[in-house]
Design a protein around this ligand. Structure first.
Ligand code: THU
Length: 132
């Protein structure tokens, strides 16, 4: 099993822990921080729908809470339906923490790698603000 396949497998295991009673759409994410540490997340929904958290946001904010400031790679797997790509809010979260590579899956569940700039072109990020 190669590295992208392994990270997809880790993301899938995280997705098994999804709390998604409203959409019944389970999502898992797994990331590798700059120092090689890995963090995972799943989507966690809420009866107040807008308070729900995406799997990617869960993984990224968990990593940030552990002191991570640079993420190299992030894999996302949707366990139900025809696959998915990250929402706009999660793409922006990835931008903040310097994600270089996003691993999604094709219709067969095989890893497909994207650069973040492919998913979020002409982005606004930390270096877009003036020095403070
Ligand atoms: N969701 C994610 O967690 N990540 C994605 O990339 C797409 C959507 C979640 C949000 C919500 O809990 C459910 O999937 C349906 O939108």
């Amino acid at each position: 099993m190669n590295e992208p396949q392994r990270l997809i497998k880790t993301a899938r295991a995280a997705g098994e822990r999804s709390y998604s009673p409203y959409s019944r759409f389970r999502v898992g994410a797994a990331l590798i921080a700059e120092d090689g540490t890995e963090y995972t997340g799943c989507n966690v929904e809420n009866a107040a729908y807008g308070s729900s958290i995406c799997a990617e946001a869960n993984a990224i904010t968990t990593a940030a809470a552990h002191g991570v400031r640079k993420i190299d790679t992030l894999a996302v797997v949707c366990l139900d339906g025809e696959g998915c790509t990250p929402c706009g809010n999660c793409r922006q979260l990835m931008r903040e923490f310097g994600v270089d590579t996003v691993i999604l899956t094709d219709e067969h569940g095989n890893p497909v790698e994207y650069g973040l700039a492919d998913l979020l072109p002409h982005s606004f990020g930390p270096d877009s603000l003036p020095e403070r």
